[in-house]
Design a protein around this ligand. Structure first.
Ligand code: ATP
Length: 236
């Protein structure tokens, strides 16, 4: 579904991604793990057109995305739930969900909205509340819900567990599993919580200093001694 080949990208003169190649098949959860500053967020952002890639190719369902403006990339069926959530803090929960639905056909709004509130019952209780006053976990749920309201085929998920309590992290990971299994959502997932991410993912990649250094099934990477030493047992 998504094929990234030889992708290079960065910020001005700072090169971050070097010759990155990954693939994500329809219906897969594919996680990207790596240390702080490895370039994981930059990869997801480059897929959405900013920063612009300096080399390589990104095809989504056979169509080249590089060179497309971000709004057009989103219209292909890609949604991005960014690191740090970036919900609209002064808008209500409902308004945030409405903003997410801008990319979708208005005819689906009611059905998608009900599905979202079934998925995140906490949001149903807080529809009129300003989003900026939600807890971290609720804000993360809203960020995912807002992205899904655009009816994407592919959901780019950046650090959904960041800064959340372990119980909430489990809930968020359960929801990712549910949207994958029940709705067939394809999810490239960037995570520092390598243990949870690799357990959840069908496949994974390891990124070190802007390069992909390993690839394998979630189970294989979980069992790999170098992955364990670097990302699961205290970290290198
Ligand atoms: P983290 O898990 O800490 O978010 P990451 O793997 O997602 O790390 P990135 O956020 O992609 O890494 O950052 C990769 C590199 O790019 C880092 O060295 C970072 O300082 C640099 N970088 C990120 N954003 C910018 C920017 N807007 N301008 C210049 N350099 C940037």
């Amino acid at each position: 579904m998504l094929k990234v080949q030889g992708l290079c990208s960065g910020y001005g003169r700072i090169r971050v991604l070097e010759d990155v190649s990954i693939e994500v098949a329809e219906g897969e959860i594919v996680t990207l793990i790596g240390a702080n500053g490895a370039g994981k967020t930059t990869l997801l952002m480059t897929l959405c057109g900013k920063p612009a890639a300096s080399a390589g190719s990104v095809t989504f369902q056979g169509k080249e995305l590089l060179g497309m403006p971000t709004w057009k990339i989103i219209r292909q069926g890609i949604a991005h739930s960014p690191e740090g959530r970036h919900i609209f803090p002064r808008m209500s929960v409902l308004e945030n969900l409405q903003m997410g639905a801008q990319a979708a056909d208005p005819a689906h709004f009611k059905q998608d909205y009900e599905r979202m509130l079934d998925l995140f019952p906490r949001l149903r209780e807080r529809l009129k509340q300003r989003a900026g006053t939600l807890s971290g976990g609720e804000q993360q749920m809203l960020a995912i819900g807002r992205a899904l309201m655009g009816r994407p085929k592919l959901l780019l998920l950046d650090e959904p567990s960041l800064g959340l309590a372990p119980m909430i992290v489990r809930q968020i990971f359960d929801i990712i599993r549910e949207i994958n299994q029940k709705d067939g959502m394809t999810v490239p997932l960037v995570e520092q919580n390598a243990f949870h991410a690799l357990k959840l993912a069908h496949r994974g990649y390891v990124m070190v200093q802007g390069r992909i250094t390993m690839a394998g099934t979630g189970a294989d990477l979980l069992a790999d001694p170098s992955v364990r030493a670097a990302y699961l047992e205290g970290g290198a």
